[in-house]
Design a protein around this ligand. Structure first.
Ligand code: SF4
Length: 371
């Protein structure tokens, strides 16, 4: 069996480790390129949301490399994700590809169900080896996420943004290649050390909450690398979704680490009091949470036509008015261009900087008794 799976941010690093631990031959998805997009767009229904199209591009590239099995997540609920896997399978079969597809269904927080599905994937592996593979993949995922958070923090502060990104990319590479716990820990330690040594600038720093649809938040190719671009504009980005939190909340019943999911849902309740699929309710709750923590602004992102995010957007104006926090929504599809996207981001950051300067001036006047 030569197994492949879709790319979503850096999750390919732990997923590869998990599948290799299950003694499977893995063909990891290639980094998402112009070619990936073109293939996906060419063979997907026009009305499908961008993540489905990118998945399709991923699959065609790896099937062409010899993959014969696709691992895909299943789902249910009011949005289209529930039938992604089936649509993708049918299109690929129509194109003449021969392959099996394994759909991991969301186990609704039943840990034993998830474990059973993973165990079924492994070929000739003992229960002990399955546990070992899951533990190592979880460790890699946590390590990757620590690096991601460090980059989000440091990129806004350092003078040499290129150097920070280079250190980060080398660190990810080293974690991906690491074959044991010691090597992973060493890669993390040395990357964090190098990042901490980079000199800082002393310009105004802005704290930006990033909310929205999970794939768009996690995959830089789907969001035109918004996190790094904001970092380059001295914006420290904190995302509403990190993969370990999502796994903990949705697959593991919140048992592995402290969860703030209920708090986010409670924050959303005055504005959106029911589940609308995807992460619509979380987008609203996280915006309220960011506002309560005095962030400078919130950016909501999602694929064009994403139903849950459109519902969330319809109430974000009210949240913005009541909390006095600027919110901007951006939708992406294959027709979006970097020029327009980056101009909007620069204008938003510029406006936030002016607000900070005005606020600081007002505070200074008050202290000086010059109201
Ligand atoms: S959450 Fe949005 S992008 Fe994801 S499948 Fe549903 S509609 Fe599409």
């Amino acid at each position: 069996m030569k197994i492949t799976f879709p790319r979503m941010g850096n999750t390919h690093i732990p997923i590869k480790a998990l599948l290799q631990g299950l003694k499977l031959e893995v063909i990891p998805p290639l980094p998402i390129s112009k070619k990936t997009m073109e293939l996906g767009v060419k063979y997907s229904p026009e009305y499908a949301c961008l993540p489905l199209k990118i998945n399709m591009g991923n699959f065609i590239e790896t099937l062409d490399q010899g993959a014969d099995t696709i691992l895909m997540a299943g789902g249910w609920g009011p949005c289209r994700f529930g039938y992604y896997a089936q649509v993708e399978r049918d299109i690929l079969k129509d194109l003449g590809y021969q392959f099996d597809i394994v759909i991991l269904e969301a186990p609704d927080s039943r840990l034993s169900e998830l474990f059973k599905q993973i165990k079924k994937l492994g070929k000739n592996v003992s229960l002990f080896e399955v546990c070992k593979a899951i533990k190592f993949a979880w460790y890699k995922l946590n390590t990757v996420e620590q690096l991601e958070k460090k980059l989000e923090y440091i990129l806004a502060r350092v003078a040499d943004k290129n150097a920070a990104e280079k250190v980060y990319n080398n660190g990810l590479d080293a974690i991906d290649k690491a074959g044991c716990y010691e090597e992973v820990a060493f890669a993390l330690r040395s990357t964090l050390n190098k990042m901490e040594k980079l000199p800082h600038h002393n310009r105004i720093l802005l704290k930006i909450g990033l909310v929205g649809e999970i794939y768009t938040i996690l995959e830089p190719a789907a969001n035109y690398n918004i996190v790094n671009y904001l970092g380059r504009l001295d914006g420290e980005v904190i995302r509403s979704i990190y993969t370990t939190d999502w796994i903990n909340d949705h697959l593991l019943g919140g048992k592995i680490k402290k969860s703030n999911h209920q708090h986010i849902i409670n924050c959303a309740k005055p504005y959106l009091n029911y589940w609308v699929g995807g992460h619509g309710q979380e987008s609203v709750g996280s915006t309220v949470d960011f506002a309560q923590r005095n962030y400078h602004g919130v950016i909501q992102i999602g694929p064009m036509t994403c139903m849950p995010e459109i519902v969330a957007q319809s109430v974000l104006g009210k949240v913005s008015d009541e909390y006095g926090i600027p919110c901007m929504t951006m939708y992406f599809d294959e027709h979006a261009g970097t020029g327009g996207i980056y101009t909007r981001l620069e204008a938003f950051m510029d406006m936030l900087q002016r607000r900070v300067m005005e606020h600081n001036k007002h505070k200074f006047d008050l202290v000086a008794g010059r109201n």
